[in-house]
Design a binder for this molecule. Structure first.
Ligand code: PLP
Length: 366
């Protein structure tokens, strides 16, 4: 097999990836040219700060890398199917039951819904066990045999109101190299070709996300190498190729800014208490070298633009942080910090009874 190296992108593959908008200037950490302490002055901390120009730059580079092989870059959001269908998007289904639910939604909305089958390609990738999604024991996708069966049902005209468009695979996140994506794409293509042979018009091949980010601050393998690995797989297959990077587009563009509240001394060493995160598994870095920080000083946790705010919780009764976006040298509040009132708003006190024991209450007869 010949290796495909997109000549035009040869230079950009040596540029650090993803683009990093955070840099020191005169000893102050700046984002998009603005000092971080100024950016968070209005909202206070904790606050997530994102540089939209860096997100756009990451998107442009990924789009340019996949463009020569006809691939589109779709940003990965975990979608809501009910809302989605009404807007005419393609739903990726991963079970026969889900397909039936989609049939019901399409019937209720009286509009056909297009779907792609998410296939579990049974490909193992060398990444963190919790983010391997493409091996056969993972909960995602249907086995190849089931994918064939679902498409066969569609070919027999058994799925009223549903239009199959293709296949979706996603082998995992933080991939060490593009081999897993290429292997997953090959399995997805087999299923797609079998559907075509059964008479369906399928052309959608979505190979998922997984473009990595180096959380150690270095450069990760860029989108060009993923495009190069996929090029021979899709060449001449007449498919609409899509990739869905998530973290690679946004992780490095964001930082969580927190304030030091207190200092503690333990036998194991110095400890700082900050005004964000609390659970003992919340580990963002270990053995990081910190200067002597005092209460009131700010700490920025870099590379937290992905799966940070979306996974923020109200653990320990904490309101969720504010979010600030920086673009073209201007910072704007995109979401203000949650208030204590909002945190308590859904509490109903003891509330109205929803179930009650008939007769003497409880086994002890209280
Ligand atoms: C989460 C997810 C992605 C994005 O993964 P990243 O590691 O952020 O690139 C893409 N596709 C699917 C189906 C996902 O569930």
């Amino acid at each position: 097999m010949t290796k495909f190296l997109p000549a035009a992108n040869g230079a950009s593959s040596r540029v650090p990836w993803p683009p990093d908008p955070f840099a020191y200037s005169d000893g102050r950490l700046c984002v998009g040219g603005l000092p971080l302490e100024e950016v968070v002055a209005a909202t206070g901390t904790p606050a997530y700060v994102y540089d939209l120009d860096a997100v756009a730059a990451a998107y442009r580079r990924a789009a340019a890398a996949f463009e020569p092989i006809g691939g589109r870059v779709l940003y990965a959001v975990k979608a809501n199917a009910d809302l989605a269908v009404g807007h005419g998007v393609t739903v990726h289904v991963e079970s026969a039951d889900e397909l039936e639910a989609l049939e019901a939604v399409a019937a209720r909305l009286e509009r056909p819904a297009s779907f792609a089958v998410r296939v579990n390609p049974d490909v193992e990738v060398d990444t963190h066990v919790n983010i391997q999604t493409g091996h056969d024991e993972a909960k995602f996708g249907v086995p190849v045999a089931v994918a064939h069966e679902l498409l066969a049902r569609a070919a027999r005209g058994e799925l009223a109101g549903l239009t199959p468009v293709g296949v979706h695979v996603h082998v995992g996140s933080q991939l060490p190299d593009p081999d897993g994506v290429a292997a997953g794409a090959r399995v997805g293509l087999e299923v797609l070709e079998a559907g075509r042979a059964a008479g369906l018009e399928l052309d959608w091949l979505d190979v998922g996300g997984g473009l990595p980010v180096d959380y150690g601050g270095g450069s990760a393998i860029g989108p060009e190498l993923f495009a190069a690995a996929l090029a021979p797989v899709v060449a001449g297959r007449d498919v609409r190729l899509a990739v869905e990077p998530g973290r690679a587009l946004v992780a490095r563009a964001g930082a969580l800014v927190a304030k030091v509240l207190y200092r503690k001394h333990r036998s194991a060493g110095r400890m700082l208490v900050v005004d964000t995160i609390c659970e003992s598994t919340d580990v963002l870095a270990t053995e990081a070298d910190l200067p002597d920080l005092a209460p009131g000083e700010l700490v920025a946790f870099l590379d937290t633009g992905a799966y940070g705010m979306t996974m923020a919780s109200n653990y320990n009764g904490q309101p969720r942080p504010a979010e600030i976006v920086v673009a073209d040298g201007v910072a704007r509040v995109a979401r203000r910090r949650e208030t204590w009132e909002e945190l308590l708003a859904s509490e109903t006190g003891t509330g109205a009874p929803v179930a009650a024991v008939q007769g003497p209450a409880g086994p002890l007869g209280w």
